[in-house]
Design a protein around this ligand. Structure first.
Ligand code: ARG
Ligand code: ZN
Length: 879
């Protein structure tokens, strides 16, 4: 069944107060709900039927005001409970029995290990009790939890604790009250044997907030980084957005079994343990940075999501796009701004662009869905954040802040739409965003083709921009977007020219934003004394595919001289793409591969520049990934892509051995002396050290192998150890590989998050025999198909990061993935549907592979009763 945005109607009834009592037992749980309700005055006159959502539960009793209802008084279906109210205000009491202990979908109330926890976004609350489970129904909540005291000493819910006590039979209870009205998707409950790390934060109005991170006892030593990140986030949101925390306590709980990264439940965030736990010995630099970003993301939702929430799920990007933009800016401020931008753009172009080009393509605000869980996508999150970034670029920081202040003030306590957000931005800035809003309604990645014309006599330079956007499902034609293009012009000395457009009295700086609004549009700069070189789309100012006919020499020039750090990196990437595409063509033509030496020269300059931030050096040394090369291909030839990229890597390693070795040794020496610190300068240093080691190992030299083994053994941190092991895993040194894998697994066998990394490294190895290795690893005692992190670490890593093995010509990779999806769908539909993503991209491959993938999709469709999640993705992919 498909739900449409255009069918939205306000709720017939509202819930003002919700009182819940949970009795948790080992073989079932009871939920008593008292809902104080009334007819929604905005919905019109009369008393229509009250239709409550509810699934997978047994109704034990129902009472309307003072009247016990019997089966004759209500209508029960597998997903709804219908009652006829007899007055405009009433109280509905229900008791249901549910089974969290057998809830493998990890949605609603479920058990992760020995603890009880919840995940209600988007529609999980309806598996807990009968309710109006939609985000525009906002209620206050009072929640009492009762459970065995010994097994579950800690009982948590949203808001502030107001009472607690002991009960009979070794049980105890606690009551929590959340004074802020919220939709049911922000409800949370936790019961378990948990320890916590405590701290406090003093807000800008000098209120003291208690901060607690709850974890299983063995993880109590891995919370400090998350706590530090939380405090930084709280301060940043005050300083940059003027947003203060509102309750007396803020809690985070880490759980091992979680479908996503984390969840922003009011005052009680629940996190995948992978998004909280970190210490030097067990978590990499990348994990530390990811944790900092997710902590910030969930914390920022307290305003962008909770205080102001979504009217309906089509508006999801209202909170997600905005909050991703906020967390990205936070990370940029905490670390290197340019490096953060590079990482985000590389990720967007590889994965979101692929989604936008595939059968599941949808606008940032979708028009329809079958299963909302399938729309927690790269488009809603990442492209949504790009849309916010463009607004920020077009309005400027100051007007943007005025707009966000107005938005929060105007809509505090409301459930609103993306239009309301835009309206606040317009009202605060005076900028008309009517055409800009097409970014919310049109899917697909726009192309932007740029031509130049220099007129030496008139001393003018004209750039002509032509935009277009490919058709996407349901949207054959597109209207022009508003595209902010930040640019600069460089002369032959690399000096940036003052930018004065025809008709302007004076130049406006050397870098400025042009706002494109038409399908084709020209801009003429005056007083240009010589043919300049343009630096276009600085900072990736819009999520488009830009093309300009740069020569390789021009790209090398920009790599050296562009004042925009992002575009220096981008020039290097474009140079590498051109050269790799040439190698791909040589491979396809059966010719000997020959690398354009300009790539070597460019990378040598980068390596020898000791003024450059080491993180930038590391980024510039990274060749575009195979998945990105596939995305930009007309037809992705995975074998040619892999061969070309490996060939280039080997050549770089051979030609640049000396400077790479110098950079490696210098940094490894520092790593050996210093204790691990999780901060930007050290992330940068280790990033360069590690990428240098990957190249060096291509040489096969003994001294490099010795260095790699030394780094693997003699380190205090996971960043060095894991990378050394990964490099060994991808090397031909079989004995050393086996020994290091065994040693690592023995040492970390009791740490599931570290074992996830051990699985991922092997699943991602491009060496022949990948599928067999993955199948064997599925038998490993640390593997468990029921745990989403394990599925992502092994099956996900294989299908997404091991293109050469996954796309094996015999279709074995596809068959394997389809088998796993069918198995997963039997108990966790959300995870099953997510693992399908690589199979939805079938149009990218050759005819044989297309047929093989389609065959597997059809096999899934015919495999029996499918969840709505998997059905939607498979059926749309085959369409
Ligand atoms: N709101 C959460 C976050 O982004 C994600 C929840 C996703 N839930 C889901 N069922 N897909 O922070
Ligand atoms: Zn979010």
């Amino acid at each position: 069944k498909t739900i449409y945005l255009k069918d939205y109607q306000v709720p017939e009834y509202l819930i003002d107060e919700t009182s819940l009592t949970f009795e948790l037992y080992e073989d079932h749980s009871l939920v008593h709900a008292q809902l104080v309700m009334r007819r929604n005055p905005e919905a019109g006159p009369g008393l229509p039927l009250l239709v409550l959502n509810g699934q997978n539960m047994e109704l034990l009793s129902l009472r309307l005001d003072d009247r016990d209802l019997t089966a004759a008084d209500y209508l029960l279906s597998p997903s709804e409970l219908t009652v006829q109210p007899d007055s405009a205000s009433f109280t509905l009491d229900s008791t249901v029995r549910i089974h969290p202990e057998t809830n493998t979908a990890l949605e609603g109330l479920y058990k992760s290990g020995t603890m009880f926890c919840t995940q209600c976004e988007a529609e999980g609350f309806r598996k807990i009790t009968y309710y109006l489970d939609r985000p525009d129904v906002m209620s206050s909540f009072t929640t009492t939890v009762s459970a065995d005291k010994q097994r579950y000493p800690v009982l948590l819910s949203n808001g502030n604790p107001i009472a607690s006590g002991d009960g009979d039979n070794g049980r105890h209870w606690a009551t929590w009250q959340d004074p802020f009205k919220k939709p049911a998707y922000l409800f949370a409950l936790v019961a378990g044997d948990l320890w916590c790390v405590e701290d406090t934060f003093t807000t800008m109005s000098a209120r003291e907030v208690a901060l607690r991170i709850y974890v299983e006892p063995e993880n109590i030593d891995k919370c400090q980084h998350a706590m530090d990140s939380l405090k930084k986030s709280m301060r940043w949101d005050e300083e940059v957005y003027g947003r203060e925390y509102d309750l007396d306590i803020f809690m985070i709980v880490a759980v091992n079994d979680f479908n996503m990264g984390a969840m922003e439940n009011k005052g009680l965030n629940i996190f995948n343990s992978s998004a909280v736990l970190a210490k030097a010995e067990t978590a990499t630099d990348a994990a530390h940075q990811r944790i900092e970003g997710i902590l910030a993301h969930e914390y920022f939702h307290n305003w962008s999501g909770n205080r102001v929430t979504c009217r309906d799920w089509f508006q999801l990007s209202l909170k997600e796009g905005f909050t991703v933009f906020r967390d990205a800016e936070f990370s940029a401020d905490m670390n290197s701004r340019t490096v953060k931008r590079i990482e985000d753009v590389a990720y967007l172009r590889t994965h979101q662009f692929a989604e936008d080009a595939g059968p599941m393509a949808h606008p940032v605000r979708p028009d329809s869905y079958m299963e909302i869980s399938n729309f927690y996508t790269l488009t809603v999150y990442e492209k949504g954040a790009e849309v916010l970034r463009m607004i920020h670029t077009l309005l400027g920081a100051e007007a943007f802040r005025k707009g966000s202040d107005l938005y929060f003030e105007r809509h505090d306590g409301q459930a609103v739409t993306c239009d309301d957000f835009i309206k606040a931005m317009e009202d605060a800035s005076g900028v008309d965003l009517t055409q800009f809003k097409r970014w919310y309604s049109q899917a697909g990645t726009p192309r932007l083709d740029v031509r130049e014309a220099y007129d030496a006599a008139a001393q003018t330079y004209t750039l002509t921009f032509k935009q277009s956007c490919p058709a996407t499902p349901g949207q054959p034609e597109k209207q022009p977007f508003v595209i902010p293009v930040e640019l600069g012009l460089l002369n032959a000395q690399g000096v940036e020219l003052p930018l004065r457009l025809q008709g302007e009295a004076e130049a406006l700086g050397t870098s400025r934003v042009l706002s494109l609004t038409e399908a084709e549009q020209s801009f003429t700069f005056v007083d240009i004394a010589e043919q300049p070189l343009p630096s276009l789309l600085r900072g990736f100012s819009a999520p488009v595919k830009l093309s300009f006919p740069y020569s390789r020499d021009q790209l090398m020039f920009l790599m050296q001289h562009d004042s925009d750090g992002f575009n220096r990196w981008e020039a290097g990437q474009q140079l590498a793409v051109q050269i790799l595409q040439e190698l791909i063509a040589q491979h396809q033509a059966g010719k000997a591969l020959e690398l354009d030496q300009r790539l070597i020269a460019a990378l040598r300059t980068v390596l020898e520049n000791d003024q450059l931030d080491q993180a930038m050096v590391a980024e510039m040394l990274s060749l575009p990934g195979e998945a990105y090369l596939a995305e930009i291909s007309e037809v992705a030839d995975v074998e040619a892509i892999h061969a070309a990229r490996e060939f280039a890597r080997k050549q770089i390693a051979a030609e640049l051995f000396e400077p790479l070795w110098a950079r490696y040794q210098e940094n490894r020496a520092i790593s050996r002396e210093r204790a691990y610190v999780a901060e930007a300068a050290e992330f940068a240093r280790r990033a360069l050290q590690n990428i240098a080691l990957s190249y060096l190992m291509e040489s096969g030299k003994d001294e490099v192998l010795a260095a790699c083994l030394e780094q693997f053994e003699q380190t205090d941190n996971m960043t060095e150890r894991l990378h050394a092991m990964a490099v060994l895993v991808n090397s031909p040194f079989e004995a050393e590989k086996a020994a290091s894998l065994a040693k690592f697994a023995e040492h970390f066998k009791d740490n599931p998050l570290v074992m996830d990394q051990w699985f991922s490294v092997q699943a991602g190895s491009p060496l022949p025999g990948g599928l067999a290795r993955v199948q064997q690893l599925m038998q490993h005692p640390a593997f468990n198909l029921k745990n989403p992190n394990k599925v992502r670490a092994l099956i996900g890593a294989f299908a997404n990061q091991n293109l050469i093995n996954f796309h094996a010509a015999d279709g074995s990779g596809y068959r394997f993935l389809a088998d796993q999806v069918i198995a997963l769908d039997g108990f966790n539909p959300q995870i099953a549907a997510r693992q399908l993503a690589p199979l939805t991209r079938w149009r990218k491959y050759d005819a044989t592979r297309q047929a093989l993938i389609q065959g597997e999709l059809k096999r899934i469709l015919a495999s029996g009763e499918l969840s709505a999640d998997v059905y939607e993705v498979v059926s749309k992919s085959l369409n």
